[in-house]
Design a binder for this molecule. Structure first.
Ligand SMILES: [Zn+2]
Length: 458
């Protein structure tokens, strides 16, 4: 992979894809704001996801749950007790860091790999002591013991301090589907097997390695809970179907290079105790292969937990056999911001021959389908003609107008935001009603009749 994370962050800032959050006041670590181009790209990713997994299917419905949620939800889900990072403090310089990062970075520097996932707090203490791992900030070896810090953001509801109640910003969107399972069942015509999909923000107060938008405190998820009767539907079959669907979405709909993708099965230590199988679809980011999209068979664990904690009946009754049972679930869960970063990394192309940087985005992902230029901005007939072309094209596709600087500069700017077509209105247009259409990837130009322009950029 030739593109670096620095290449991507520089382009993202230069062209208005991503900005540091609260930059004006010094910035906040691991939080980002999406600029005009980033917002358009994110929205296109979201819309394609929703179209593929909800609108184009007849076994899926949508949900949009609140981000602030009842503390009991997170007790039932196990997040209050178990959703925590193992942290360690340096007693000399008081820096606090994740124990797994400390150990992994130490071994990486020595050219070795050390898997810390699944190790107990005591095992981490032993390893740090045995290797005499020094503090990366001050070089001393004076650590506290490893302790757990919860990742959920607490929220205090109510204006009177004495009657405030504790809630949490959701740590995942998935719980919204489980706690609304009965509501969806009772209010729609769904029958098993069916899925509930949700797009939305989640929040985790964690220390991250700062790989740009890969892992942030606030992030967007696209999660599906696919409910089924394990006696009617073999989970292995469903699981393989979902793998195919996810792969297809990434490689065809988003147009990402297959050679940068791989499946990785979770080891026994990584996998949650209730999950029968978990695999991650991983992308080869500039910082290595990392999880893009998780696929987990979670059995009936989640609904059963909420039955236990709420005391409510969340079972399903089969309309034919009247069999009453708690459905099982398969969960495909993707980070929308990870899709975004993958798409940027995969599309980034240094065209050294022509001395330009190009985002080779799929047409359906690009912030603009076309840009319209009047060749010169001081000839009223040309500008008026260009305006009418622009207005007509804009009714069909997101289209941008640019009459600043010379044509070469305008092309470079559009290449860097991935606009597939640049349309120029020139003197010849006034004579024969044709325009030049320049292709982003080949930089070739052809003359197209204005009447046929919509088809030419389709
Ligand atoms: Zn230190």
């Amino acid at each position: 992979m030739s593109v670096t994370l620095d290449d991507i962050t520089a382009l993202a800032k230069r062209r208005g894809f991503v900005f540091q959050s609260s930059e004006l006041y010094g910035g906040l670590a691991n939080l980002y704001d999406y600029g005009p181009m980033g917002t358009a790209l994110l929205r296109n990713i979201r819309n394609l996801w929703w179209k593929t997994f909800v609108d184009d299917r007849d076994d899926m419905v949508g949900l949009d749950a609140s981000t602030i949620s009842h503390a009991k939800i997170w007790e039932a889900s196990g997040h209050v007790a178990g959703f925590a990072d193992a942290m360690i403090d340096c007693k000399s310089c008081h820096v606090r860091m994740r124990a797994d990062h400390l150990i992994e970075d130490y071994f990486t520097k020595k050219g070795k790999e050390e898997k810390v996932e699944g190790k107990s707090l005591e095992e981490l203490d032993v390893l740090i002591a045995k290797e005499k791992i020094p503090c990366p900030t001050c070089g001393k070896h004076t650590w506290t013991t490893v302790r757990k810090f919860n990742l959920l953001f607490p929220v205090h509801l109510g204006i009177l301090e004495e009657s405030q109640s504790l809630a949490y910003l959701r740590g995942e969107t998935a719980q919204g589907m489980f706690v609304n399972f009965k509501n969806v069942l009772d209010s729609t015509r769904v029958r098993l097997p069916f899925g509930v999909a949700q797009l939305g923000k989640s929040f985790r107060n964690e220390i991250t390695k700062g790989n740009f938008v890969f892992r942030t405190l606030e992030f967007e998820q696209g999660e599906i809970e696919y409910f089924f009767d394990p006696e009617q539907t073999k989970w292995e079959t469903l699981y393989e179907e979902w793998k195919k669907t996810m792969w297809e979405f990434v490689t065809t709909t988003l147009g990402v290079n297959k050679s940068n993708l791989r499946w990785r099965a979770h080891t026994d230590e990584e996998r949650s105790f209730y999950s029968k199988r978990t695999e991650d679809l991983e992308y080869n980011y500039p910082f290595g292969y990392k999880e893009l999209w998780g696929l987990a068979y979670r059995t009936d664990y989640d609904l059963s937990q909420h039955i236990k904690f709420s005391g409510k009946d969340l079972s399903y009754t089969d309309p034919q056999s009247n069999k009453k049972f708690v459905p099982h679930v398969i969960e495909p869960a993707v980070g929308i911001n990870r899709l975004f970063l993958m798409v940027l990394a995969d599309a980034y192309w240094k065209d050294e021959q022509r001395g330009r940087i190009v985002l080779k985005l799929n047409k359906t992902l690009a912030p603009y389908r076309a840009a319209v230029f009047p060749l010169v901005s001081n000839k009223p007939e040309i500008v008026a003609k260009a305006r009418s072309v622009y207005t007509a094209l804009k009714s069909a596709y997101p289209t941008v107008w640019d009459d600043r600087g010379n044509i070469g500069k305008r092309y470079l700017a559009q290449d860097e935001i991935g606009t597939p077509f640049c349309v120029t209105i020139d003197y010849q247009t006034l004579e024969d009603n044709t325009v030049t259409v320049r292709n982003r990837d080949t930089a070739e130009q052809q003359r197209v009749k204005i009447d046929e322009l919509k088809g030419a950029v389709a």
